[in-house]
Design a binder for this molecule. Structure first.
Ligand code: ADP
Ligand code: MG
Length: 429
């Protein structure tokens, strides 16, 4: 993909926007872009630089994303809605063409990594609640205030942020949680690495040193060392990746959402709205609590991935009402006129709270409460799903889970707190 029309190859120390941003290391990539940690010489902060592929269709997509991100930023001047902030944008010409670049506030690792580094065991329910709250505040803002559907909510597109109140500790409030592999940590816990102010000073010195001699920027932030301990990091996060987001009255595509987080109305082509995001949200919440994806459909002998997906949904949530099953433009591909799946017959029903108890070893009460919160979000009728605003009122989100605490204090149990943490300097490793 690093050819004409494709990605722009970046080397550590490359500068952008007339020397304002200096590339530090790659943070991630997607189908359309690579994302780099960069140092902003003007504001003396770190930023994430999203560099789009250069071909016209990618430039078009980036313009759309910038439009969405701009209205997200305009509607939230205090940056308090748990949605990523666009800081700047510019064009960069390289050997593969002209690339639109978005400058975003720098955030930490994704929930996908959090789940992975917690060894797919599921997080403490109190952490799940905190993360859910952030996502819901973000969604309520997008849906109710802006009329925007995200359309691609998944753990990869939710990034951790610092939890420190800047008025209490302005230095630490700049820290960004970067998770470290659990290897070598016998408890299976997570070390949270932090990028520190100190590093920024070092970066600034390096930037000054290199003007004209760009290669030595590679030295920024070498020598990671343990600084101090910060116990019980609270979990907060922000929603990112607005590449596929759309205004409710202007859908971009018929097929939206990443497979495992896709809602039934999208599979059936019955039309979608904000409630499609609420379905994905519920899938994410369960994944955080159990460590495993709620639905991971696969094609098999005589049935497609879509059919397996619909079957998995019904096994968990009960039979889909006939009217809904046969009501979509694609219904005929999957259902007969009685509303039964054409190619998958025997379904093994198991309700969410039973699944949580039997497979994931939740206590009865934890399972019941979580299922009571999430099942309404997994209603096959999209219009019956609670809104983000309604979810935020739910008692499950607003009560601390004490039974979890008791469970966790027993050493042999599997659930591990991811909050414990050492601080390490990470940039430039
Ligand atoms: P795509 O649309 O190509 O999927 P994303 O916006 O999802 O692009 O970014 C790709 C990856 O880059 C993310 O999964 C994440 O790892 C990283 N990333 C994106 N934005 C940021 C940010 N603001 N701060 C830190 N990392 C980011
Ligand atoms: Mg993405």
């Amino acid at each position: 993909s690093y050819r004409k029309g494709g990605y722009h190859a970046v080397r550590v120390g490359d500068s952008f926007a007339g020397g304002r941003y200096i590339a530090q290391r790659k943070l991630g990539w997607g189908e359309f872009s690579t994302v780099w940690l960069a140092y902003d010489c003007r504001s003396s902060t770190y930023v994430a630089l999203k560099i789009q592929k250069s071909a016209p269709q990618f430039a078009q997509a980036a313009l759309h994303e910038i439009e969405v991100l701009s209205s997200v930023a305009d509607g939230d001047p205090s940056n308090s809605k748990y949605v990523v902030r666009l800081v700047d944008q510019f064009k960069h010409t390289g050997p593969n063409g002209q690339h639109l670049c978005m400058v975003l506030e720098f955030l930490g690792d994704s929930l996908l990594r959090l789940i992975k580094y917690n060894r797919y065991k599921g997080l403490d329910l109190n952490k799940v609640k905190k993360i859910c709250k952030c996502i819901l505040i973000g969604l309520d803002y997008l849906h109710r205030e802006l009329g925007i559907i995200h359309t691609d909510l998944k753990p990869e597109n939710i990034l951790l942020i610092s939890t420190i109140d800047p008025s209490k500790d302005p230095i630490k409030s700049d820290l960004v949680p970067i998770l470290e592999k659990p290897e070598g940590n016998p408890n299976g816990g997570i070390t949270i690495n932090i990028i520190e102010k100190k590093l920024k000073r070092r970066a600034r010195r390096a930037v000054a040193r290199i003007s004209g001699r760009q290669d030595s920027i590679g030295g920024v932030g070498r020598s990671p060392k343990v600084e101090r301990c910060l116990d019980g990091i609270d979990m907060r996060c922000k929603v990112v990746d607005f590449g596929n987001a759309c205004w409710e009255n202007k859908p971009l595509a018929e097929e939206i959402q990443t497979r495992q987080y896709r809602s039934p109305e999208v599979i059936l082509r019955s039309g979608y709205s904000f409630s499609a995001d609420m379905w994905s949200f519920a899938c994410i919440a369960i994944e955080l609590a159990t460590g495993e994806m709620m639905f991971s459909p696969k094609a098999g002998q005589g049935y497609t991935e879509d059919e397996d997906h619909l079957a998995l949904m019904m096994e968990l949530l009960g039979k889909m009402p006939r009217k809904i099953a046969i009501g979509g433009a694609s219904s005929k591909d999957y259902f007969d006129r009685h509303g039964d799946l054409k190619n998958i017959r025997r379904l093994k029903y198991c309700s969410l709270d039973r699944l949580l108890v039997n497979k994931y070893k939740f206590s009865d009460i934890d399972a019941r409460e979580l299922a009571e919160f999430l099942c309404p979000l997994l209603d096959f009728a999209p219009e019956k799903r609670p809104t983000a605003q309604q979810c935020l009122q739910h008692p499950w989100l607003n009560t601390m889970d004490v039974t979890q605490k008791a469970v966790k204090s027993e050493p042999n149990l599997q659930k591990v707190d991811v909050g414990m943490s050492k601080l390490q300097i990470k940039v430039g490793k």
